[in-house]
Design a protein around this ligand. Structure first.
Ligand SMILES: [Zn+2]
Length: 395
């Protein structure tokens, strides 16, 4: 077989995808109608079963890593035997879990009204999973692919990818680009920058004493925490995009006891990794200060996402935008304060684009929807962008 030029390859993939709208919609219905809350291993694994079946039916190899606590990890790999294989693969990413409790499907499963599809996780991100599956299926029709294309399907993004992050790092290592199929914005835009976030637990220990009989013997953990909270909140700087929020506090044992313990959960957001390091250092210093003699405080991170810095998406986005234009739709890049797995790969220094899934809105609510008419063009844009990445090393 003679080698296709990248342009012919993109055309071949896009032509195939153009015929898949109904098949994609059917697949979306199937995935939405499987409950797959992050803590529902049976559910996220059932979604995996279906994805494996679809890919294997088209001759695509999928490896499955069983996970005892979280949902299994799936990784599909299209081998790339073209001349460009040495400069790394492209990784498509997506998460199979949703925020909706098991039983939601029985209450309100997949429905469709005209161009809009509804149901738990329909946009975030069952539609993105389907898009990635069909992009792989389109690319497997090209022979030889100029370089390998992999797709990772994780199962715990909505609870901070505690299990998934290590697999993401491993799958992304050496990649030339990562495309994460979170839902496209309501504007039709993709996501070119995201804040990072860290969830921190602060625990303060004091000394109990009867507040009437021996007040002076006590050391109030609540007072120590209160003083820290004021300082922690003062770290917020809207201009630079850094925010801190103590959203939950607890402490004390009774009104008339000087509090021996207090706890706070602190949410932090930042735009760059440099801000992250600086912020965490300042938080540690505030926690370490002994404002009330006899109290002692510790802080630890309970979950977090690294930021997706705009510089890591710039060139890849320009490529995607050019391909979208050729396909007849205009798209821009957008910044969001929400975190995702894209921050993990962007922080590894890998060009990363997020929000490449079909357009969706009202994520994490009962009104969540996906715009079905964006399925085909956005799948085509991802496929064309991937193939366009082959051109660099040919010049
Ligand atoms: Zn998501």
């Amino acid at each position: 077989m003679s080698r296709m030029s990248p342009g012919v390859m993109a055309q071949t993939a896009c032509d195939w995808l153009a015929e898949q709208r109904e098949a994609m919609t059917e697949c979306l219905k199937t995935l939405v109608n499987i409950d797959s809350n992050s803590y529902d291993k049976a559910g996220t694994d059932a979604v995996a079963d279906v994805i494996v079946e679809w890919l294997e039916a088209d001759g695509i190899a999928v490896s499955r890593t069983p996970r005892p606590e979280a949902g299994d990890i799936l990784e599909a790999k299209l081998p790339g035997t073209g001349g460009d294989a040495a400069s790394g693969h492209v990784l498509l990413m997506g998460h199979r879990d949703t925020v909706f409790p098991t039983g939601t499907v029985a209450e309100r499963g997949y429905t469709q009204r005209g161009d809009l599809a509804y149901g738990p996780g329909v946009a975030d991100m069952k539609s993105g999973l389907v898009l990635n599956v069909f992009v792989l299926r389109a690319l497997t029709r090209l022979d030889p692919l100029p370089f390998p294309v992999h797709a990772l399907f994780t199962a715990d993004e909505e609870i901070g990818s505690r299990d998934g992050t290590a697999f993401i790092r491993e799958a992304a290592a050496g990649a030339r680009a990562v495309l994460n199929a979170e839902p496209g914005r309501i504007s039709g835009n993709v996501v070119t920058a995201r804040k990072g976030g860290a969830a921190l637990l602060i625990e303060v220990e004091g000394r109990a004493a009867h507040s009437g009989v021996s007040h002076a013997d006590g050391a109030s953990a609540i007072e120590a925490l209160a003083r820290k909270i004021v300082k922690l909140h003062a770290l917020t700087d809207y201009a630079s995009g850094v925010t801190t929020n103590v959203g939950l506090i607890e402490g004390g044992v009774s009104r008339n006891t000087v509090a021996p313990m207090a706890k706070a959960q602190l949410d932090t957001r930042f735009v760059t990794n440099e801000q992250r390091s600086e912020l965490l250092a300042r938080i540690e210093a505030i926690v370490a200060e002994e404002e009330i003699p006899g109290t002692r405080a510790t802080v630890r991170q309970t979950s977090g996402f690294l930021p997706m810095e705009p510089a890591m998406s710039e060139a890849l986005f320009a490529r995607y935008q050019a391909q979208a234009e050729k396909l007849g739709f205009s798209v821009d890049g957008e910044f969001t304060g929400g975190c995702s797995d894209a921050g993990t790969t962007a922080s590894m220094g890998i060009p990363t684009l997020c929000g490449t899934g079909p357009v969706g809105a009202k994520m994490h609510t009962d009104d969540e929807y996906c715009r079905l008419e964006t399925f085909v063009p956005r799948a085509q844009a991802v496929a064309a962008t991937i193939l366009d990445l082959a051109r660099d090393s040919r010049t």
